[in-house]
Design a protein around this ligand. Structure first.
Ligand SMILES: Nc1nc2c(ncn2[C@@H]2O[C@H](COP(=O)(O)OP(=O)(O)OP(=O)(O)O)[C@@H](O)[C@H]2O)c(=O)[nH]1
Ligand SMILES: [Mg+2]
Length: 274
């Protein structure tokens, strides 16, 4: 079992309701939000939007535990499923979920395209703040989730509030979190918001890894040195980090392996739990 994705005891939904968004995420505007009641989203059109034909069996389901001998993900199957701008729309989590978080412009959408071997499936922009909704991509038996970036100052207060509520509900929800991929730009020290995000993931036992992005912007030695400094700053062991470049493709195979291992563990755990 890869230590980076070792399954920890999960929070009960009651415990997750106590998430301290107000204290943990003060400066980036998170705040506690009421939980969706169970079954609330059962009538949402999400299931329909995942299935593009009428054959229910065509919707990829996670492999059963007994079938997990080969649990690779076929990334060619990646497709956009839905975008959610309000928490009430969020669908129930039905499959392992891999969620991408990080500062605005850190490269979340770019790395998802690279993982999928696609150029423009996930919208990328040089203008920060591009991703403002929670965007779901179905990929074989896994859901990949592109989350809005934090720390982008030039956003109206009302928009920040909407985003904070959305993220609060997403992370406070009882979802099938297989892996949270927390991205940090290799060129800079982790910001206070990055530190808070990682403290939050640690505190609530989310399975997570830290991905350093844009390694092509530094020389090899400088990138390695900076990665070591960031690991120290964030107090993260080396095997929970990957140095990547979405431009060059460095580190993407290693990242795919970590994702697959995390999803395998999630399915195993989910199978045992149900
Ligand atoms: N050189 C280089 N540029 C990158 C890399 N990854 C992303 N970029 C660039 O960084 C900018 C932001 O990339 P996005 O993938 O849109 O970043 P994001 O984190 O999704 O941003 P938001 O949606 O605003 O939160 C774009 O101009 C990308 O081309 C990388 O590995 N190397
Ligand atoms: Mg984006």
């Amino acid at each position: 079992m890869h230590p980076a994705v070792e399954k920890k005891a999960r929070l009960s939904s009651a415990e997750r309701k106590l998430l301290p968004w107000a204290t943990c995420f003060d400066s980036c505007g998170f705040r506690p939000s009421p939980h969706r009641t169970l079954g609330h989203s059962a009538s949402l059109p999400y299931v329909d939007s995942m299935c593009t034909n009428n054959d229910a069996n065509a919707c990829a389901q996670p492999p059963a535990v007994s079938e997990r001998i080969s649990m690779s993900i076929n990334y060619h199957l990646a497709k956009f499923t839905a975008s959610y701008g309000t928490s009430a729309q969020l669908p129930d989590s039905v499959r392992p979920e891999v969620s991408f978080v990080g500062r605005s412009n850190v490269g979340k959408s770019s790395i998802m395209n690279k993982i999928f071997r696609r150029k423009n499936l996930v919208k990328v922009s040089s203008t920060p703040g591009k991703t403002r909704s929670i965007n779901f991509f179905e990929c074989d038996w896994v859901d990949f989730v592109d989350l809005p970036g934090y720390g982008y100052a030039k956003v109206a207060k009302s928009e920040k509030d909407r985003w904070a509520e959305l993220m609060g509900v997403y992370f406070g929800d009882e979802r099938r979190f297989a892996l949270v991929v927390s991205l940090i730009d290799i060129r800079h020290a982790a910001s206070a918001l990055d530190e808070q995000m990682i403290a939050y993931l640690k505190r609530f036992d989310f399975p997570f890894i830290v991905v350093f992005t844009k390694s092509d912007k530094l020389g090899k030695n400088a990138a390695a040195k900076q990665a070591a400094a960031l690991r120290k700053q964030l107090d993260i062991p080396a095997d929970r980090t990957v140095l990547t470049s979405s431009l060059k493709g460095d580190g993407i195979d290693a990242l795919r392996k970590m994702i697959e291992e995390a999803c395998r563990i999630e399915v195993e755990h989910h199978g045992q739990a149900s």
